[in-house]
Design a protein around this ligand. Structure first.
Ligand SMILES: [Zn+2]
Length: 342
């Protein structure tokens, strides 16, 4: 698989539904089905069991996390997870309400209360940077406290632009706060590039030098001292959040390097920048410690490409792209492999 919203196939998905009905009809049919199911099973929302109790056996499956830079993307992602019987996370990063149209922590949470389905989803706060992509300091602690108060079920603190010492300190502050509330924490060590303004260095150069890759030795110390539950690592993937009209770079993963981080840390690792990586790499990565994969660019570009037609078409495109990704990753039916304790 090569997941990329710029691939020529995407527009086909916009216009043709998978069963030959016009996109709008197919979409409404699926949404109504989903709503009926939800209405029949009132679901707990905020303040419920957290991701700390989400167990995933390494190599058995992987939890996909879908970023929602536009609120109307959430409902079709949830529908796609339900339809494929797959468990996934609905995720929003600060960048997505600052630079895209996710609006706010509260708006995303309200939409999740409306369309989330606790049998298939949890709400995750993605990147809250300590220093943001424009090099400005962020009151990361206040934003994460706010998310926990609202009912987000897991949180990420991103101190990857800090020195190792400062990253450890910032992450410890967050694990103390979040764990007291029963909320798991994801942290990042190493530099998964692509959120910064300006052009990236040539990808092949980055990959060959391993520049920014997570150091296994540092990761071992980081995990021991911060008690983070998940660790986002840099092993070759690239974020695509700011690339809206260009082809995302086709990234590879340094699997031997990933293996070393896995052996040094022995906690679930997270792969950011999942769109644009060939399936064979992703599947091998899940055998080497990757337990969660973030997917953003592919579904965002599908949405943006179809939005000029109609909102319904854009939602249909998100739905179809999500189903396609889940199938290509072999995640249909994976919900039974996730141990949810709610
Ligand atoms: Zn990321």
């Amino acid at each position: 698989m090569f997941i990329c919203g710029c691939a020529p196939g995407i527009l086909t998905y916009v216009f043709d539904s998978h069963d030959g009905r016009p996109a709008e009809t197919a979409w409404k049919h699926e949404m109504n089905l989903g709503n009926r199911e939800v209405a029949g099973h009132p679901l707990p929302t905020s303040g419920i069991a957290t991701g700390i109790q989400i167990g995933v056996r390494p190599a058995e499956t992987v939890i996909p996390a879908f970023n929602i830079p536009y609120l109307p993307m959430m409902e079709p992602v949830v529908a796609a997870l339900r339809e494929t019987d797959c468990f996934g996370m609905i995720a929003v990063a600060r960048l997505e309400w600052i630079k895209f149209e996710a609006r706010s922590l509260r708006a995303v949470h309200e939409e999740y209360e409306r369309v989330g389905d606790e049998r298939f989803t949890r709400l995750h706060l993605d990147h809250i940077p300590v220093i943001d992509e424009d090099n400005l300091r962020v009151d990361f602690e206040a934003e994460i406290r706010e998310a926990i108060r609202l009912g987000y079920q897991s949180v990420m603190v991103d101190g990857s632009r800090l020195s190792l010492e400062e990253n450890i300190q910032a992450t410890r502050r967050i694990t103390a706060i979040a764990h007291a509330a029963g909320i798991p924490v994801e942290a990042e060590l190493g530099a998964v590039l692509g959120h910064e303004a300006g052009p990236l260095p040539p990808y092949e150069e980055l990959f060959a030098t391993g520049k920014g890759f997570t150091s296994p030795e540092e990761a071992k110390r980081f995990v021991a001292e911060t008690e983070t539950d998940w660790l986002s690592v840099a092993v070759g993937s690239v974020h695509g959040a700011l690339m809206s009209h260009c082809q995302k770079v086709e990234a590879r993963l340094d699997l031997a390097h990933l293996q070393r981080i896995h052996e040094a840390t022995r906690i679930p690792l997270v792969l950011h920048g999942g769109s644009g990586i060939k399936t064979e790499y992703i599947l091998e990565a899940t055998r080497r410690g990757i337990a969660k994969i973030n997917i953003g660019t592919a579904i965002r570009q599908a949405y943006q490409a179809a939005l000029p037609i109609s909102l319904v078409s854009a939602q249909q495109a998100v739905h179809d792209t999500t189903v396609l990704i889940l199938r290509e990753l072999g995640l249909q039916g994976s919900r039974k492999l996730i141990h949810l304790d709610s």
